[in-house]
Ligand binder design. Structure first.
Ligand code: FAD
Length: 389
């Protein structure tokens, strides 16, 4: 019996349209991009032109005004096709910050350009080398001087800068010693990268395990016009947190796309590869891990749609979004391991795509939030256990 992967759902029209589009970018395309450490420019352009990256932008700004469930299916299908949505997923959730907290002028200025593809908002700069996950301790400062903010400090692991026009930056505007709560006193800004790079902002690429354009960033008296502040000064951390549920859920969907891809590849190879005069998939030692990966993926998928439906209904979904991300990242990593093992030596061959997808999906246990931090969230916020840090 041919496995129905992913399980048929209410989004078949989007899935079919995405499969048409993604079908134009085959395995050879993604292999070349990976080997060259390149950016999938043609793919991102096609996705933008078809309007898919503007799924969450309301109609009045030229987007399609869809919900998180639909957006998550778009991301899932990219990864299920063998591609990697990490090249462009930032655009989906970064613009939410602008949409929720930007002024009417800022929305009018940026959102139509983002929806049409003229502007890319692929980058958000939060993480710093000396403070890591402990975001409230960040050291980058933005000090108001007349009609400008002057930024000094350093960020690390900031993705897609070289393929973006705009960046959202989190910086401290009031020193930690002067705020009542450590989560106060940080602000977010929209940075025009064309004006900033070379004028106080320096970008240094980080070579890494996956083909993911990510960078160290240095700020040395970078000047940002005061009107680029998003929302109220001092509330930036709260605004970033507001966007995390969408981010977690979209990443969960990408992991689910990966997981179904691994299961399908393992299923196919196990059915075709004959050793000891029988398909290897006839051995329970081979078929059980594939069945296990499928079960885990289906379960993660349910939590992902639970998070989406709460989010789209405007209800709190922090627990579900975190749990969906946890379950999906775990399912995709276990499916990746099974798929590689099923392929034996061929799992290591570039042309099978397994080793590439294996590397790509591993990231999601660490970024954008590490597994331990999800355990902490669940322990504290859902189970009422004492805060551990
Ligand atoms: C390829 C890539 C792309 C990225 N893109 C971006 C981006 O575009 N923008 C951005 O801002 N950031 C980005 N990041 C950063 C990413 O969000 C962080 O790497 C991640 O949040 C973990 O932070 P850290 O690396 O500083 O780890 P640390 O905070 O140093 O943690 C290291 C390890 O210790 C564990 N740990 C830390 N504290 C605790 C605790 N109290 N209890 C239990 N365990 C703990 C963590 O779970 C983790 O496993 C990216 C990272 C990578 C690798």
């Amino acid at each position: 019996m041919k496995t129905q992967i992913p399980t048929p759902d209410a989004y078949q029209e989007i899935r079919e349209a995405m499969r048409d589009l993604c079908g134009r970018f085959d395995s050879a395309y993604w292999q070349k991009v990976d080997t060259d450490r390149g950016y999938p420019e043609a793919f991102v352009d096609a996705l933008t032109e078809a309007g898919w990256l503007a799924a969450l932008i309301p109609n009045e700004y030229g987007g399609s005004g869809l919900g998180l469930a639909e957006a998550s299916v778009i991301m899932e299908e990219i990864n299920f096709s063998g591609g990697n949505a990490g090249s462009c997923h930032g655009q989906m959730y970064n613009m939410g910050t602008l949409l929720r907290h930007g002024s009417p002028e800022q929305k009018k200025q940026y959102l139509p350009g983002i929806a049409s593809g003229k502007l890319r908002l692929q980058t958000m700069a939060v993480t710093e080398p000396t403070t890591g996950t402990d975001t409230t301790q960040l050291k980058t400062t933005a000090v108001k001087k007349g009609d400008r903010y002057v930024v000094n400090g350093q960020k690390v692991w900031i993705s897609r800068i070289q393929h973006s026009d705009l960046m959202i930056l989190l910086a401290r505007t009031t020193p930690l010693a002067e705020v009542k709560k450590k989560s106060e006193g940080m602000s977010i800004f929209i940075v025009d990268l064309h004006q900033a790079i070379g004028q106080g902002m320096t970008v240094r690429p980080i070579q890494n395990m996956v083909n993911h354009e990510t960078n160290e960033v240095f700020f040395d008296n970078l000047e940002i016009p005061a009107e680029n502040l998003i929302g109220t000064e001092g509330q930036g951390f709260k605004y970033i947190l507001d966007g995390l549920n969408a981010e977690r859920t979209l990443i969960a969907a990408e992991c689910i796309g990966d997981a179904y891809w691994f299961v399908e590849r393992a299923r196919r190879y196990a059915s075709e590869r004959v050793v000891f005069n029988r398909p290897i998939g006839q051995n329970q030692g081979v078929q059980f891990p594939i069945a296990d990966a499928y079960i885990e993926t289906e379960a993660a998928n349910l939590m992902r749609f639970k998070a989406c439906s709460l989010f789209d209904a405007g209800k709190p979904c922090g627990g579900e979004a975190n749990m969906a991300k946890y379950l999906a990242a775990k399912a995709s990593w276990e499916a990746a391991n099974t798929c590689l093992q099923t392929h034996g030596g061929f799992g290591f061959a570039h042309e099978y795509d397994v080793e590439r997808k294996f590397r790509e999906t591993r990231l999601y246990q660490v970024a954008p939030i590490s597994t331990n931090l999800i355990y902490s969230y669940v322990a504290e916020h859902l189970l009422g256990l004492p805060r551990s840090f």
